[in-house]
Write a protein that binds this ligand. Structure first.
Ligand code: ADP
Ligand code: MG
Length: 317
């Protein structure tokens, strides 16, 4: 199979929302009137972000999902993606499953693959996602205000706990692993939430490196501090069961790969946020507040500040 056969067979689908898609030197895209382009890239490297023998369908899903998550965090409507892929060989069964996982999620969100690059090399997947948002409604990290509540979507720590199990650092029961594994292998980008938060949230970020690290980016960019309550964190039973050992707390506060949104909104809008939660059928939990100052303090059940060791995943630390 030639490189061009491969692109045609596995990565070329109809792109009705695009002036010109795959096949020329560049794609031509038209943003809807009144919107600006939101662009972001995320790369997945074999051995670093996924196991080399990862299920290709789930990997296709996750490759796009982590990128869609950035659009959600920006309050952007995702529209287009490019895919730069390095492959050790043209394994047709693998490509079939990978592209099926990728396009299943793309279709669900109306995203069109409009270009990319294909080369031979150690397995490496890089998506650039493009979406649109009215400039003034984009959810930036820098907008948090003193008096905002801090919210998170979904549950925290499941992906990190499932990973700890997969790496043999803990042992979960079959049932517990089944409850946590989808967060690790099939994260659901919170696109509808990002759109609903336009004009409501003052700041937002997606949680890819752990709550403390990512909330840390919000408060640094906004020049404010935060205080959160450990007991308010939305966690699954398997994560809370491990709260006694520090592992559960680590997973919830500093575990990577959650792809939930963390956002801040004026406390006066509390009910509006809960209405969105109901409408989207997605848990949204107020976990603390934005305060004057800097840094994030986490209080335990007794109201005492807890000592925070590691605060997130950093590739170069
Ligand atoms: P060029 O040599 O101009 O960089 P390529 O031969 O790399 O072009 O790619 C040919 C066309 O196929 C381009 O439109 C490119 O965007 C698209 N393409 C290449 N790889 C992929 C891929 N993995 N997914 C989607 N489109 C791709
Ligand atoms: Mg090229």
């Amino acid at each position: 199979m030639t490189e061009f056969d491969l692109i045609r067979r596995y990565f070329t689908r109809a792109t009705p929302g695009t002036l010109l898609g795959v096949g020329d030197d560049a794609a031509l895209l038209q943003v809807s009137e009144g919107n600006v382009l939101a662009v972001s890239s995320d790369m997945l490297v074999s051995g670093t972000h996924f196991f080399p023998d990862a299920d290709p369908f789930l990997l296709g899903h996750k490759t796009l999902a982590v990128n869609l998550s950035d659009m959600a965090a920006m309050g952007a409507l995702p529209r287009w993606a490019t895919l730069a892929i390095a492959l050790p060989d043209a394994n047709e069964a693998w490509l079939e499953r990978f592209s099926a996982g990728f396009f299943a999620l793309a279709q669900q969100h109306g995203v069109e693959l409009v270009g990319g690059d294909t080369t031979r090399g150690p397995l490496n997947l890089c998506v650039t996602i493009m979406g649109e948002v009215p400039a003034r409604q984009a959810l930036r990290r820098s907008g948090a205000q003193v008096g905002d509540e801090v919210w998170v979507s979904g549950r925290l720590g499941d992906a990190a706990l499932a990973l700890a199990h997969s790496q043999g650092r803990i042992v979960l029961s079959g049932e517990e692993f089944a409850a946590c594994a989808p967060a690790l292998h099939q994260p659901q980008p919170r696109i509808a939430l990002g759109l609903a938060l336009r004009g409501l949230a003052n700041s937002a970020i997606d949680i890819s490196d752990g709550l403390l690290a990512d909330l840390g980016h919000i408060i640094d960019a906004s020049k404010v501090g935060a205080q959160i309550d450990l007991v308010k964190l939305p966690v699954s039973l398997p994560v809370s069961k491990n709260f006694g050992r520090s592992l559960g707390v680590q997973c919830a506060l500093a575990g990577g790969d959650d792809y939930e949104l963390c956002f801040t909104a004026p406390a006066t809008r509390h009910r509006d946020v809960l209405r969105i939660s109901e409408k989207l059928d997605l848990p949204l939990t107020s976990i603390g507040n934005i305060v004057a100052g800097q840094g994030c303090i986490v209080h335990d059940a007794a109201g005492k500040p807890i000592n925070l060791g590691s605060s997130g995943y950093d590739h170069f630390r």
